[in-house]
Ligand binder design. Structure first.
Ligand code: HEC
Ligand code: HEC
Ligand code: HEC
Ligand code: HEC
Length: 188
């Protein structure tokens, strides 16, 4: 009769011997595996961390505002005149793209939205806490630049939005001596 505990201990010892014998190749393959994971992480995940949500059409502010120098107001036409800046309807894209790279697969998507009369389901990137009232018009009229709140949009392929917090609003309001009475001014 073999003692079960003894045979387990022996098995364990054999396994440890085997490990010790092969520790160099094991160490090498372990390191390789780690490097592969690190590479995959850096290659696929890191860049995405700097990017905003994926959009239905891969629209790039860098291409349009940076390289092609199209004014923000050309697309966000209501920013000076209303609470909401407005996201351009697909008609506005086609105004140019009927002629510019009309066969590009991403532009074909514009045609699909246009032909089926579906508003492009853009994913919202910026958020305000509920019940906070924000009005673009007031800020643009006082010449607060888009950049001060949205960063350098003209360098971004995919807009990475912000979760605007009250401290952000207050800091600048203090600096510019704007209204600080938040309950009256910002909360409804
Ligand atoms: C050619 C048209 C066009 C131009 C020019 C343009 N935008 Fe946009 N913008 C869009 C579209 C379309 C979206 C929605 C898709 C997206 O978020 O990328 C958008 C989204 C945004 C958003 C994110 C909105 C949100 O919360 O989801 C901000 C902020 C913005 N634009 C700011 C700017 C600024 C600042 C400029 C000028 C430097 C500018 N845009 C120029 C078309 C344009
Ligand atoms: C004022 C003209 C104009 C408007 C309006 C416009 N675009 Fe463009 N778009 C351009 C130009 C110019 C290019 C660069 C074409 C090239 O690379 O040859 C471009 C390139 C693109 C590309 C290819 C980008 C790339 O990564 O190479 C996409 C996709 C695109 N636009 C989508 C849109 C969408 C969506 C809208 C509407 C929200 C829009 N465009 C509105 C002028 C415009
Ligand atoms: C004082 C800060 C501030 C400035 C300046 C500012 N924005 Fe905004 N913007 C915001 C905030 C806060 C939001 C989020 C509003 C919300 O979710 O209701 C926003 C949202 C947006 C959106 C998304 C609107 C939507 O319907 O989802 C666009 C587009 C935009 N801004 C464009 C612009 C452009 C273009 C300019 C410059 C002409 C500009 N903004 C200047 C603070 C600012
Ligand atoms: C970069 C500076 C800056 C930031 C950031 C900013 N504001 Fe302002 N805000 C101003 C200025 C300047 C005025 C103009 C005051 C005036 O009309 O005299 C103003 C005016 C206002 C007004 C009108 C106040 C009144 O007198 O009735 C409201 C409401 C407001 N801001 C809300 C917000 C909210 C909410 C945020 C954050 C999401 C915000 N602001 C972020 C600079 C800023």
């Amino acid at each position: 009769m073999r003692d079960p505990l003894n045979s387990i201990m022996n098995g364990l010892k054999d396994a440890l011997d085997l490990l010790a014998l092969n520790r160099v190749p094991l160490l090498v393959s372990g390191c390789c595996l780690l490097l592969v994971f690190l590479f995959l992480y850096l290659f696929y995940l890191m860049p995405a961390m700097g990017l905003g949500p994926e959009q239905p059409i891969s629209f790039s502010h860098r291409v349009h505002s940076g390289v092609k120098q199209i004014q923000c107001e050309f697309c966000h036409s209501y920013v000076k005149r209303s609470t909401f800046p407005g996201i351009p309807p697909v008609e506005k894209c086609l105004y140019c793209h009927k002629y510019i790279i009309p066969n590009h697969p991403e532009i074909q998507k514009e045609h699909q939205y246009f032909n089926s009369n579906t508003p492009t389901p853009w994913v919202k990137a910026n958020y305000l806490p509920e019940h906070v009232f924000f009005n673009h018009e007031r800020h643009i009229k006082k010449e607060v630049a888009c950049r001060e709140c949205h960063g350098q949009v003209e360098t971004m392929d995919r807009i990475k939005g912000k979760n605007f917090k009250m401290g952000f609003c207050i800091e600048c309001h203090k600096l510019k001596k704007a209204n600080l009475d938040c309950w009256l001014a910002c909360h409804n």
